[in-house]
Design a protein around this ligand. Structure first.
Ligand SMILES: [Mg+2]
Length: 191
């Protein structure tokens, strides 16, 4: 596989870099949402509205201390050159988690950057001054795939997430984070 032109990794955060399913679900449960109503990959404000709870209450109930990186993600992050996060979550939740993890992406765009609508890679690559051909989008949801398709960049599924693995998505799926550096060596910042 040759992807020498791809030099920037853009990650979804929840369910892709960190194993946060439970942390995302717990506030909904605490606020009385029935478990069967909860799903993943939505813009946080829209999901709160759909489920009839206040965004502020959700953010207050979200525990930023519990979610851990998926195995191998810490090592991958340490080996990246230019990278960014494009997430539907609330910025205060993401900022607290990134600070705890000691991760410093070049750019973090969360739900507020997209006017609380579903995220998009268009403003991300514009802000970074890069082209879609340089980008690999790494994600765990259909929304991430739509982001990649919108700009026409490479998508890689986070197959280290058991939920992704069980869904068997069509398209390129990595079984562990280190495969990204094998497939796209230039995201390591050296060619
Ligand atoms: Mg996700």
């Amino acid at each position: 596989m040759s992807h020498n032109e791809i030099s920037v990794a853009i990650f979804d955060f929840d369910g892709t870099m960190i194993d946060s399913d439970q942390a995302l679900v717990d506030p909904f449960l605490a606020l009385g949402v029935p478990p069967e109503e909860i799903s993943f990959g939505h813009a946080v404000a829209a999901e709160c509205e759909r489920l009839g709870i206040a965004l502020g209450d959700y953010v207050d109930a979200y525990d930023t201390e519990v979610s851990q990186p998926f195995p191998g993600m810490e090592e991958l992050v340490g080996g990246l050159g230019r990278w960014a996060i494009c997430s539907n979550k609330h910025p205060s939740s993401a900022d607290a988690e990134l600070e705890r993890l000691g991760w410093y992406p070049e750019l973090v765009m969360c739900a507020d950057a997209f006017s609380w609508h579903h995220k998009s890679l268009v403003p991300v690559i514009e802000a970074m001054g890069i082209q879609a051909e340089q980008v690999v989008m790494v994600g765990d949801s259909e929304g991430d795939l739509r982001c990649a398709q919108e700009i026409g960049c490479q998508m890689v599924w986070a197959g280290w997430n058991p939920r992704v693995r069980a869904a068997k998505p069509s398209g390129l799926t990595a079984s562990e984070p280190a495969e990204l550096l094998d497939w796209f060596p230039a995201i390591g910042g050296v060619i």
